[in-house]
Design a protein. Structure first.
Ligand code: FEO
Ligand code: CA
Ligand code: CA
Length: 732
């Protein structure tokens, strides 16, 4: 089940100036002076006022070589963690957990700390940790530069996927009905302060952190690198869609910038040392009246395909604060994409929707540089973006999934080729590798083979004669990528979540988290998505409830090939469900709804879950896998469909490493280069609770105080070995 504001739609039927400048401009332009919701300077900054910042050098440099001598263990070398329904992060005996960087924590001095019960100004959340931590990455920091050999000091970039509005806003998820507007997208109105808090709690956080002698990490408040990129920050647009007529808005009639990133789900680094964050369920923050008589039929269909149908008020009501409370023109109106009958595209926000749904690149080491949406990689509900090992003289290859039921898997192959001097090149690397290249979508064939179908304007029917959308340029393909993929016969998958390639073998692993619609007429069984079974024992079929992990090996050398071999690495299942347990999982390594997936630098695979189907026995979890290779298993008949399954993972090769607190999702994973510290996100602990009804979780406070009654908050869990050794390393 998805949290109410983590919308999963089904459609397949500022210049980031230094925070001191931002604060000053905020003070000047609106909040403290205008005092929208009774905010004072003390309320915003606290009684001490804003303190100064450190002044690390920021000159770009090449990273030093990463730590390379670390080897993957031959076998699982810890006692697997049992199922748990405790309100704590549980790890093996030799390991320990530190809760870190919870929602609302100020990243600069002078702000009041988070309060469970007292409202903090919405504007102040531009300088606080955001909500619902997700993908993240650690970058070693030395002399103000990226250094992949450094583990004791670094920058953490963290995604903040969505907000739990009722929990975030201490007065509750407050909306008020508006007389006379019943039945419209303005029927319910939200206060500007609450909207600003919510807008600012989305996006990305970059913070400097240091590891102490006790192996615990601390935040460097006021580091010049500390910043937030939110759903209000000005963002660059590059690639084929930048400047397209479909990207032009009242905010930027040139179509070269937009305002905000939204619903940052998975993430990772790039080979050149930047942060690649994604936009997933962004449709939920937009609203739309019935403008079908104003826009073309094709555009109307395209909006529907992206989950934004007419008369949708969206999940957040960000478009609704009354204009008298908005000190900026269009601060809120920009979330209403209704095309005006008497306005042009550069006089309203009909195209704002098209400026969301992209891979976004951030240089954590350049706090003055704007984030960049790289449109060449296509527009859909991006889950993450993982690159294949880079080879000198070869293109850079990246993989991406579109997380909705029956959506697709994509691959991008850069036009430019890799050279060693590209390491550490920052946004120049992104410009080189992400703005020009070829986008493909995957077709998984019944014989265990697969092919990448090119999504290039003028090829494969992607032109003006296309019946799904009259493509007139590569910009159109990049904006309406789903329609392009529909028309070339891509394989509808069981909700593609994280995808990453092994840094050792280049083989690619993808989680398919679950799909309740699999086996229905619109999504019949196929070899790569072969399951529709009775999960709850009532004799009716439930689709693919527990999900699976699929993997593939590209033909030839490198990862740029257009054909591949695939098999299923494992099928998720409770160990005791004979209908579902096709991989012979045991109580020590069973899982349901795999989601997060990341290789560490040794090629060890870490799999995380976001599950509701197995909650009757266990909270969500993270497993360690030492996978084999594509083709090491055999064919298997599943529900009358022949599929291909790898060697069953034994307990020596797959084991549960961690179980999270109550009603949380485990997501995002990154390591220090020395692999002595592991960071994960604990997202939405106690997600089913409310302020009125109470919460089943009180994490992170419950990690050290089981009797705590504190509000549950998303945060990181920092995991280290008690002896300070390497995670999964030889026991000292
Ligand atoms: Fe944000 Fe598809 O998980
Ligand atoms: Ca059933
Ligand atoms: Ca996810």
């Amino acid at each position: 089940m998805q949290p109410s504001n983590e919308l999963v739609e089904d459609s397949n039927t500022s210049n980031n100036t230094h925070f001191n400048d931002i604060l000053n401009s905020l003070v000047n332009r609106r909040s403290v002076l205008q005092g929208g919701a009774g905010m004072t300077a003390a309320m915003m900054f606290g009684s001490t006022g804003l303190l100064g910042c450190s002044s690390d050098d920021n000159t770009a440099s090449n990273p030093e070589a990463p730590v390379t001598e670390l080897k993957a263990p031959e076998t699982i070398n810890f006692t697997p963690v049992e199922h748990s329904m405790a309100d704590q992060v549980i790890v093996p005996e030799d390991y320990q957990v530190q809760a870190f960087l919870p929602l609302g924590l100020p990243i600069v001095s002078g702000l009041q700390d988070w309060s469970d019960t007292t409202a903090r100004a919405g504007e102040s959340f531009e300088f606080r940790i955001g909500d619902n931590h997700d993908g993240l990455w650690f970058y070693g920091l030395k002399d103000g530069k990226l250094d992949n050999s450094v583990s004791d000091r670094g920058l953490l970039a963290i995604n903040h996927e969505y907000v739990d509005t009722g929990r975030l806003n201490p007065l509750g998820d407050f909306t008020r009905p508006v007389a006379g507007l019943e039945g419209t997208i303005y029927a319910n109105q939200k206060l500007s302060q609450d909207v600003r808090r919510e807008v600012n709690c989305h996006g990305v956080c970059v913070v400097e952190v240091v590891r102490g002698a006790d192996n615990q990490f601390t935040l460097v408040k006021d580091s010049r690198f500390n910043r937030r990129i939110t759903s209000a920050t000005v963002i660059e647009l590059t690639g084929p869609a930048a400047g397209s007529d479909l990207m032009k808005t009242k905010f930027d009639p040139s179509g070269l910038t937009t305002q905000g990133i939204n619903n940052q789900c998975g993430s990772g680094d790039s080979p050149w040392g930047t942060y690649l964050t994604v936009e997933e369920n962004y449709a939920g923050v937009f609203a739309r009246s019935d403008d079908s008589a104003v826009i073309s039929t094709e555009l109307n269909n395209a909006r529907n395909r992206y989950g934004l149908r007419i008369n949708s008020a969206g999940g957040y009501l960000w478009h609704t604060p009354p204009s008298e409370e908005a000190s900026f023109t269009d601060e809120f109106a920009r979330w209403d994409i209704t095309a005006g009958a008497t306005t042009s595209a550069t006089e309203d926000y009909r195209n704002a929707f098209h400026t969301f749904g992209y891979i976004t690149e951030i240089d954590p080491f350049d706090p003055d540089a704007r984030a960049v949406k790289r449109t060449a990689l296509g527009r859909f509900s991006h889950e993450n973006c993982g690159y294949a090992p880079v080879v000198v003289g070869e293109p850079v290859v990246l993989y991406m999934g579109d997380d909705a039921r029956g959506e697709y898997v994509y691959k991008f192959v850069s036009e430019a080729t890799w050279s060693e001097s590209d390491a550490g090149s920052g946004l120049a690397g992104g410009q080189k590798f992400l703005d020009a290249g070829t986008l493909y979508v995957a077709k998984f064939n019944a014989d265990g083979r697969g092919e990448w179908i090119e999504l290039t304007f003028g090829k494969n029917g992607l032109d003006a004669s296309n019946t799904l959308y009259p493509f007139s340029s590569q910009a159109d393909v990049c904006i309406f990528t789903r329609l392009a993929a529909d028309s070339v016969g891509a394989t509808k998958m069981d909700r593609p979540e994280w995808v990453n390639a092994s840094p050792i073998t280049g083989e690619v692993y993808l989680t398919l988290t679950n799909n309740s619609q699999r086996g229905r007429s619109a999504q019949p069984l196929d070899a790569a998505n072969p399951r529709n079974y009775d999960a709850d024992g009532n004799s009716s079929l439930d689709g693919n409830v527990n999900g699976h992990v699929i993997r593939w090996k590209e033909d030839g050398t490198g990862n740029a090939a257009t054909t591949f071999q695939w098999d299923v690495y494992l099928f998720g299942s409770p160990f005791d469900n004979i209908n579902a347990n096709l991989s012979d999982l045991t109580a020590q390594n069973d899982l349901s709804s795999p989601d997060g997936l990341q290789f560490d630098s040794r090629g060890v695979l870490w799999i995380q879950t976001d599950d509701s189907a197995y909650r009757y026995r266990t909270n969500c979890m993270m497993l360690v896998a030492l996978p084999g290779t594509v083709g090491d298993g055999s064919s298997l008949d599943v529900n009358g469909v022949t599929t291909y399954v790898g060697a069953k993972p034994s307990i020596t090769k797959l084991a549960r490493f961690l179980v999270g607190p109550i009603e949380s999702e485990i997501t995002g994973i990154t390591f220090t280069p020395d692999l002595k510290t592991l960071f994960i996100s604990i997202q939405h602990p106690g997600e089913r609770g409310t302020r009125a009804g109470g919460f089943a979780s009180h994490w992170p406070a419950s990690q050290t105080d089981p009797s705590s009654t504190a509000l549950p908050r998303s945060a990181l869990a920092v995991i280290t070995r008690k002896d300070g050794g390497v995670i999964l390393g030889e026991t000292s």
